[in-house]
Design a protein around this ligand. Structure first.
Ligand SMILES: NC(=O)c1ccc[n+]([C@@H]2O[C@H](COP(=O)([O-])OP(=O)(O)OC[C@H]3O[C@@H](n4cnc5c(N)ncnc54)[C@H](OP(=O)(O)O)[C@@H]3O)[C@@H](O)[C@H]2O)c1
Length: 240
């Protein structure tokens, strides 16, 4: 049986892709988890056996980036149910492809809401609980698209992921003296639904569990070993 490690972590977008891998890995490591997705029944079905393996308690919540009330409720329910909160993993994200020559206002607004405003709102909501817990952690799943802009690849997505980097550094600066540490994880290609249909070549790409392992490391490092950014690539690029 898994041993609980006493820490409670929230993960957004935990129903599939990278979020699902993060949830599974943190569960194996004994964390108690407050998981959220838009499709609550699917998330509940995917995790229903986890209580039989021991580890920390697992709760599931409905969460939609376009529904601020669902975010208030998630944080309130998490703390009411688990009694504390030690970390937030902002994983949920979307890509709305468009080029600057065919600008898409709606697409950019949607990405801004899901990729930037909601993680910032959630960080603000969890702050008092991280403060109370000591050694709070915020991990944002940014992207290599938050580190550089390459060719004509998805400029709107890159704009939002650069903003996620700014959010991470602002979090880190503002709450450092409160013992809260923030990390941005910046992968290039990760094999999930998000890159379905994208031609990323024949070489192996990053797997969701590889990202989960880095999230786990960021959560576990002590306050005096803070990693602000982790840039991860499966391809050679000039800088990364
Ligand atoms: N895949 C890559 O190559 C790659 C590379 C770098 C960074 N990332 C980042 O990694 C994170 C996870 O992406 P992924 O690769 O796992 O993609 P994915 O398989 O497409 O999953 C996207 C996740 O975001 C959630 N989400 C989307 N819109 C939402 C909304 N309005 N409200 C709440 N949740 C919403 C989805 O929830 P539902 O299940 O409810 O749709 C899903 O859990 C994202 O931030 C993404 O930008 C991905």
């Amino acid at each position: 049986m898994l041993e609980p490690n006493g820490r409670v972590i929230m993960v957004s977008g935990a129903g599939r892709g990278i979020g699902s891998a993060i949830a599974a890995r943190l569960h194996r490591e004994g964390y108690a988890l407050s998981l959220a997705a838009r499709d609550l029944p699917s998330l509940q079905a995917a995790t229903e056996d986890w209580s039989q393996t021991g580890g920390g308690a697992v709760s599931c919540h409905r969460f939609d980036a376009f529904d601020a009330e669902s975010q208030n409720e998630w944080v309130a329910d998490c703390v009411a149910g688990h009694g504390r909160l030690d970390g937030l993993v902002n994983n949920a994200g979307v890509i709305e492809p468009f080029s600057l020559t065919e600008f898409d206002d709606r697409g950019l607004d949607a990405m801004w809401e899901v990729n930037v405003k909601t993680p910032a709102r959630l960080a603000s909501l969890v702050y008092p609980h991280l403060l109370a817990a000591d050694h709070g952690r915020v991990v944002n799943i940014a992207s290599m698209s938050g580190k550089r802009v390459r060719g004509g690849f998805e400029p709107g997505y890159a704009m939002t992921k650069h903003a996620v980097m700014a959010l991470t550094h602002a979090t880190r600066q503002q709450w450092w003296d409160d013992g809260i540490r923030a990390t941005a994880i910046c992968p290039s290609w990760v094999e999930t639904d998000m890159i379905d249909g994208v031609d990323y070549g024949a070489e192996p790409v990053i797997q969701a569990d590889d990202v989960a392992a880095l999230v786990s490391t960021a959560l576990a490092l002590p306050d005096h070993v803070s990693v602000a950014e982790l840039a991860i690539n499966c391809r050679r690029e000039d800088l990364y």
